[in-house]
Write a protein of this length. Structure first.
Length: 270
């Protein structure tokens, strides 16, 4: 054996150093929170399997999404929206809070610009979620558009709860909620068509009830509760002074300011 050819012992030593280095890097990543127990071994998971995992992870939330979608559709039909218009809103807007509030404001004759402003206000958290996603996942412009279309708070929560944030899991969760919401809307349209006069049946009450169904799960912590109480009090005061659409936006702004003040005062504690 000449001097330029490494011996078996030297090869084993080199492999041992490389293996130790990989183990050290993985340990450092785990210590820094970049890898968790669940995420280990998932890096080579097929894309379709990850998508299905995200889709299935969202299924427990269907219990709330489908009934709320039914309530929205029945309420939308009760104020005169056609079945196609009702379903199209769910396909394009895809936001329970925005759609339920839009139905309520539309019934009150609120100008279209106020409706659009209200929908944007109810989804103001989505740009922040988008920034959090793009800081962890590299995406092209097409992937960004698709992700933005299906992005919801629940989809982000499900994807983030399954280890390192991965695009197939996030999209699977988002598509799952999209299917649930539009299924609920379709069922609500059928239910609304079965009732000749939804207002006489008292189904117009589903607008505020559906809105409460969206709101109540969000009231976690004193800051959120304070924001809701301030917004409700402001709405009662402003509704007698300004148009309803302006009152909604004003009450929402005051409630958000109160919640932010409380969070800063308590250092972000619940």
């Amino acid at each position: 054996m000449d001097g330029t050819t490494p011996s078996r012992a030297q090869i084993r030593a080199i492999m041992g150093v490389l293996t130790s280095r990989e183990a050290l890097e993985q340990a450092m990543a785990e210590h820094a929170g970049l890898i968790d127990e669940h995420d280990r071994g998932m890096s080579h998971e097929p894309v379709w399997t990850a998508f299905v995992r995200g889709f299935v992870g969202m299924l427990p939330l269907w219990v709330g999404a489908i009934p709320t979608g039914i309530a929205y559709a029945v309420a939308a039909r009760s104020i005169g929206l056609a079945p196609g218009e009702t379903q199209l809103m769910s396909l394009l807007v895809f936001s329970a809070a925005a759609q339920v509030s839009a139905v309520s404001l539309f019934d009150a004759g609120t100008p279209i610009l106020v409706l659009v402003g209200t929908a944007i206000a109810f989804n103001a958290q989505l740009p922040l979620l988008g920034l959090a996603i793009t800081s962890q996942i590299r995406m092209g412009w097409l992937s960004r558009l698709v992700t933005a279309w299906f992005l919801t708070d629940g989809a982000f929560g499900v994807a983030a709860g399954q280890g390192r944030l991965r695009l197939p899991i996030l999209l699977g969760a988002g598509v799952s909620m999209y299917v649930a919401w539009n299924t609920g809307t379709a069922l609500g349209i059928l239910a609304g068509q079965a009732v000749p006069d939804p207002r006489r049946a008292g189904l117009d009450l589903l607008v505020p009830l559906a809105f409460l169904a969206v709101l109540i799960p969000l009231l976690r912590g004193r800051a959120a509760l304070l924001a809701a109480l301030v917004a409700a009090a402001a709405m009662l005061l402003l509704s007698s002074l300004v148009p309803s659409g302006v009152a909604v936006l004003g009450a929402g702004g005051l409630g958000s300011a109160a919640g932010a003040w409380w969070s800063r005062r308590t250092g972000g504690r619940p």
